[in-house]
Ligand binder design. Structure first.
Ligand SMILES: [Zn+2]
Length: 169
């Protein structure tokens, strides 16, 4: 099922949405996980927050939110949208009209910070965007501590993808 259709279902069904538990704890790999309530999170194209399931690992105490794989931790826009905006700006110097300019400026500033730090360059080019992406850096983040796709693992109550595929059903 497409990512957007899944989000629509979650939106429509609310807490009645049937979540699938992840196979294992992302921190200690224990296969035993308990549900741990819901949190409300905003997603691109939804005006109201969605109820998202949270899990707790009884072995290590790690609490985490199940998040669709198409999203970076702490970003409510899909990665595809963020990349589209950054690449379009890198190629044309222009912004995509349908997305807030302020948000795009934030992503660009983040990408430049990460490029500067990890590739010692101050230019937003396709090569530089690809370089930090392949280093598993969140291209749009301003953070230097929680800037990789796995960094949220060390921070309870934060977002991150549990699996590579979008598997909650
Ligand atoms: Zn654990």
């Amino acid at each position: 099922m497409k990512l957007s259709n899944k989000l629509k279902q979650i939106f429509t069904l609310g807490k009645k949405y049937s979540w699938k538990k992840p196979d294992k704890c992302p921190r200690c790999a224990s296969p035993r996980l308990w549900w741990h309530g819901f949190v409300r999170r905003y997603f691109f194209k939804f005006n109201l927050p969605l109820w998202i399931r949270r899990c707790r690992c009884p072995e290590c105490g790690h609490v985490f939110v199940i998040r669709p794989a198409g999203f970076y931790p702490r970003f409510q826009y899909p990665k595809t949208v963020i990349f589209a905006c950054l690449i379009y700006f890198a190629l044309t110097g222009k912004r995509i009209k349908s997305i807030s300019r302020q948000i795009q400026n934030y992503w660009t500033k983040g990408a430049l910070l990460q490029i500067n730090r990890f590739n010692n360059s101050s230019r937003l080019t396709l090569e530089n965007i690809l370089y930090i992406h392949l280093k598993q850096i969140i291209v749009s983040t301003h953070s230097f501590k929680k800037n990789t796709i796995n960094s949220a693992i060390y921070s309870p109550y934060r977002f991150f993808s549990v699996t590579k595929a979008f598997t909650f059903t």
